[in-house]
Ligand binder design. Structure first.
Ligand code: EPU
Length: 456
């Protein structure tokens, strides 16, 4: 019955007073070997929500056993779904025979951004959903206005009372939805809602992120009628009901890329198993441009030293642009590359705060701050390299920022101590164990730090 999570609050994945938990990284080792990439966090979370669209069983294989997934499992259970988690086999089976409530428990809904995608299936299935504004990483404002406008376009009445939002309708109807920006979770939320709406829904300026496309294919296997996946125009013909399905979770391109960057910046040679070439294109091209040798064949990718690392500019954009979720890790690499690189963060208005932590390690990074009141908003940075980083005590500010600091620690002189380690547990399965298996000198003072799953 229980879900046990070491060093975490069982529901939120947040630290519970284990303030002293640290990652200790002693730099100087090159990474060598092979690593198995797991299922994608940002795909598994949405697939779990999609299971709420049907009373039949949805079985997911290759689910990453990370804190955010456990939070979503708890949320589904709170809505009345039976969820069986087979930890060793990384298999999660969801059966939502009925939905017991339409008000999301705030303590389960608020902690992660991904919770918002559960709103689409519940609204579609029950005609009502009430929830608090979701949280997630502190990387910008992250409103959900596009999700809510989409619900309205499908005939729902949306009311807001403080941070409590309610959407309701006797029956969702197809509508024409234009998104100001191709929001990733916005597209997923509306896509799921539209599968059970009456008539045709068109989503224009939809997200083409691989996780969105994968979710759309899963929904089609459950009986949905979605076309245009991967393009900015999605057309969804509503159906009366969806049925169960069994699916393997999409490989995690962000985990794969994080290991690829780690290999590249340590001058090591690492083979990554379970990758999809098309999903890796933005990062493999940038690595090549920086002088790294990258080989991709079928479902594996090999990263090894080419010429000495050279600076390259990056700007983050929706897929197939360079992913914002790899910006921090790539900046860690740029500290080791010769030259001056410009980094433009175009997705979130405040996703460069972690550079203060890298600077504590000696990184030469200048950040232009654009906040109207001189607040810490920053959208561009200049990184000069190469510099010899030195070990320091640093704080993980979010999932990706945390991994950036770990990568910096791998090439730093001396020992790096990273606090707020739970951020990494939220998105990476056995990050420390996998790095250690490649030869990194890294230790988690709380043991593995991985959530332990058991029971139903
Ligand atoms: N935005 C709005 N209004 C909306 C929705 C989004 O203004 O209604 C803005 C956001 O504030 C942001 C931009 O649009 O500036 C992009 O947001 P998007 O909605 O695309 O992001 P998201 O759906 O909240 C997902 C991932 C993020 C990832 C982004 C971009 C999940 C749970 N999260 O967030 O993942 O960075 O898409 O690909 O899928 C991570 O895994 O570390 C992570 C942060």
């Amino acid at each position: 019955m229980a879900i046990k999570q070491s060093g975490m609050n069982g529901h939120t994945g947040l630290a519970t007073g284990d303030e002293e938990r640290l990652l200790r990284i002693r730099g100087g080792q090159r990474l060598f070997g092979e690593v198995q990439i797991g299922g994608a966090k940002n795909a598994a979370l949405k697939a779990l929500a999609a299971a709420m669209l049907t009373s039949e069983e949805v079985v997911l294989n290759g689910v990453p056993l990370i804190a955010d997934v456990l939070s979503m499992v708890e949320l589904l259970r709170a809505f009345g779904a039976e969820v069986e988690v087979d930890g060793p086999r990384k298999r999660v089976a969801v059966r939502a025979r009925q939905i017991d409530r339409t008000t999301a428990p705030p303590d389960l809904f608020r902690p992660t951004r991904a919770s918002v995608v559960a709103a689409g299936p519940i609204l579609a299935r029950c005609g009502e959903i009430s929830f608090t504004l979701p949280g997630g990483d502190k990387i910008g404002k992250r409103p959900i206005d596009m999700h809510l406008r989409g619900f309205q376009r499908m005939g729902a009445m949306v009311t807001t009372d403080g941070d409590q939002i309610t959407a309701s309708t006797p029956a969702l109807t197809g509508g024409r939805i234009y998104m100001d920006y191709p929001s990733h979770t916005g597209t997923e939320t509306l896509l799921m809602a539209a599968t059970l709406a009456t008539g045709r829904t068109v989503i224009a300026n939809a997200s083409a992120e691989p996780e969105v496309v994968w979710l759309g294919h899963l929904l089609n296997r459950m009986g949905a009628r979605i076309s245009g996946l991967g393009s900015p125009y999605l057309v969804i013909e509503g159906v009366d009901r969806l049925h169960g399905a069994t699916e393997n979770v999409l490989p995690d391109r962000l985990e794969a890329a994080t290991f690829a960057i780690a290999a590249a910046m340590t001058g090591g040679e690492v083979k990554l198993h379970n990758v999809r070439e098309a999903d890796m294109l933005p990062i493999s091209e940038k690595l090549r441009e920086a002088g790294v040798e990258v080989w991709v064949w079928e479902d594996w990718m090999l990263v090894r030293p080419g010429t000495p690392l050279q600076s390259v500019d990056i700007q983050t954009l929706p897929f197939p642009g360079f992913p914002t979720d790899l910006q921090a890790q790539f900046v860690a690499l740029l500290t080791q590359a010769a030259g001056v690189a410009t980094v433009h963060e175009r997705v979130y208005e405040d996703r460069l705060r972690y550079t203060d932590e890298l600077r504590k390690m000696g990184a030469d990074i200048f950040v232009a701050r654009y906040g109207p009141n001189q607040e810490r908003l920053a959208t561009s940075a200049t990184v000069r390299g190469p510099v010899q980083l030195r070990g320091a005590r640093v704080e993980a500010l979010d999932i990706r920022a945390g991994t950036s600091l770990v990568l910096a620690g791998l090439v730093a002189d001396g020992e790096t101590e990273m606090t707020e380690v739970y951020h990494i547990d939220r998105g990476y399965e056995d990050f420390v164990g996998k790095l250690a298996s490649l030869g990194a000198d890294i230790e988690d003072t709380a043991g593995t730090g991985q959530p332990v799953l058991a029971g139903r």
